[in-house]
Design a protein around this ligand. Sequence first.
Ligand code: ASP
Length: 324
Amino acid sequence: MITRRGFIKSSALAAGLFPFLRKFNSDKTNTGNVTKPLVLSTWIFGIPANKEAWRVLEAGGRALDAVEAGVQIPEGDPNVSSVGYGGLPDRDGHVTLDSCIMDDGFNCGSVAFLEGIMHPICVARMVMEKTPHIMLVGEGAKQFALQNGFREENLLTPQAEKKWKEWMKNSGYVPYGKDNHDTIGMIAIDKSGNLSGACTTSGLKYKYHGRVGDSPIIGAALYVNNDVGAATATGVGEEVIRICGAHTIVELMSNGYTPLDACKAAVERIIKIKKENIKDIQVGFLALNKHGEYGAYAVQNDFEYAVYSETENNILKKSNSYFQ
Ligand code: ASP
């Protein structure tokens, strides 16, 4: 019996030996029915974020501009306690932000451990467009932002400060890492059929000062290959980094996996590594392919994502998951 994996392996081998077969295979998967534009994002705050992104997509704008505009909504919302302004601080009381962005031409930009700037996603884009680098961190990222017209602001809201102080009373200073897994990852395809993605977070609450998660790491929480698809992640960043989550998913899609199967396979890698400890971990992946097909898969059953297209008017969907 030929398993799907075996089939993929043998077709890949055949494609290597006979290049014309590769073309035949990829033509075969292209049905010509591409759902576009389309935007997807993680968690319930993906709804207002998608709405903003949709404005850009509907007007014929680039997916890159759409995702940058979209994720700024939770970044600026003081009531979202896991992204940008209003994010819960690290265990020393600092709100430190991680963001990245990637376009349809493998261009990418990222900032990590950035303090005092409300919209790290815009700084990440500026790193992508105005520097020869991909990633700036900490003080250097802040300096770069200030030199480029961003304003320094206090991002620790009274609400977040209160929660942190309460945590300090009983925490024993041990960072809490299981919950508060609520990064926004957004991926989109525009009317021209081009893909882009953005990801932004304040990271795990009460983390060690200086801790950086998966969210600003290209290939971990975000990856885009315009010929194949895009993927993003949320959850315990350490686990996503360990398997290069988003890149793994895009590679699996390039080998013929559907977005759902690719997300599932990535989660299964984490499950295999963590064994029985998996019950305390949440990781969720969301992926989109070049044809506008999408899927999501998570470890725990509380992962939801928002979808906006011509036919699915900004609805919230429950992801498939390992634990039901
Ligand atoms: N992935 C983020 C991090 O580890 C957390 C999250 O998604 O909430 O920093």
